[in-house]
Design a protein around this ligand. Structure first.
Ligand code: ADP
Length: 255
């Protein structure tokens, strides 16, 4: 059975400073379909958005963000599990930090735990451990965390569900003539230097961190597919029907 990592961004999971329950319902329904044919690992943002709906303190300060994430993480997990119950699927919380991928031993331990969950048909829901991550050793965005998860936990593909339906030749929110790249075989070094440009109060990545994730995987012979998390039809066609109706497929050309 193929293994995939699905990463969903905070913009998809939240609206007006709280969780977007309808989109989470659609996401879980989609994950339940994927679960029939793939081993599925979910990397989910959204802890800060979930926490902020309960604890409204200044989220620009790091200790406050960590406190908000601590409130939000179990709440987010309870929302997921309630939905997964409809499909009789068990989910599990796995919190990781950048240094879990720094030592072979720690990575191995984390991988064994995830393998055991997958063997028993449980969907691991991974997030960065915001409360203990130190500023020097932090991914700070789940795009890069999910690329490590995909590579070190032996996934065939990373699927990034974003607030945009793929990677364009310029920011489509600024340039109405921007063109979608449907296949990308390598990332230019200068495109990895673009300053972060997330467009949402809870977003941390922007397109640059997604390109860094794609670059990390392409250099190691793995694939990434990026598409919309608002409208899941392209993701469904690609992963359930093997048809690319949209989105960007980052894959090395075979030759
Ligand atoms: P998420 O919350 O899904 O991680 P982000 O808001 O962090 O998403 O990043 C996606 C945003 O990056 C898009 O909404 C878009 O405005 C911006 N962006 C900038 N340049 C590009 C580009 N070349 N192609 C696609 N999106 C881009």
């Amino acid at each position: 059975m193929k293994r995939i990592v699905v990463k969903v961004g905070s913009h998809v999971l939240s609206e007006q400073n709280r969780l977007a329950k309808d989109r989470i319902d659609n996401l879980v329904e989609f994950l339940a379909d994927l679960h029939k044919i793939y081993e599925v690992i979910l990397v989910s943002s959204g802890a800060v958005a979930a926490g902020y709906s309960k604890l409204k303190i200044d989220k620009s300060k790091l200790p406050n963000r960590q406190a908000i994430a601590s409130v939000g993480q179990p709440y987010l997990m309870s929302v997921y599990q309630k939905k997964f119950n409809l499909y009789e699927i068990l989910s599990a919380q796995v919190l990781l930090t950048a240094d879990d991928f720094d030592s072979r031993k720690r990575t191995h331990h984390a991988k064994c735990a995830v393998n055991t969950l997958l063997k028993h048909k449980v969907i691991p829901i991974i997030n960065e451990n915001d409360t203990t991550a130190t500023e020097e050793l932090v991914f700070g965005d789940n795009d890069q965390l999910s690329s490590r998860v995909a590579y070190y936990f032996d996934a065939d593909m990373l699927v990034v569900l974003s607030d945009i339906d793929g990677y364009y030749d310029s920011d489509p929110r600024v340039d109405p003539k921007a063109k979608l790249y449907s296949k990308v075989a390598s990332i230019k070094a200068e495109d990895l230097q673009i300053k972060c440009n997330p467009n949402h109060t809870f977003a941390t990545g922007g397109i640059t961190t997604k390109l860094k994730a794609a670059d990390f995987l392409l250099k190691r012979g793995r694939q990434m597919y990026m598409t919309s998390g608002f409208d899941l039809s392209d993701a469904k066609n690609f992963l359930l029907g093997s048809v690319q109706s949209g989105g960007t497929h980052f894959v090395k050309e075979r030759g």
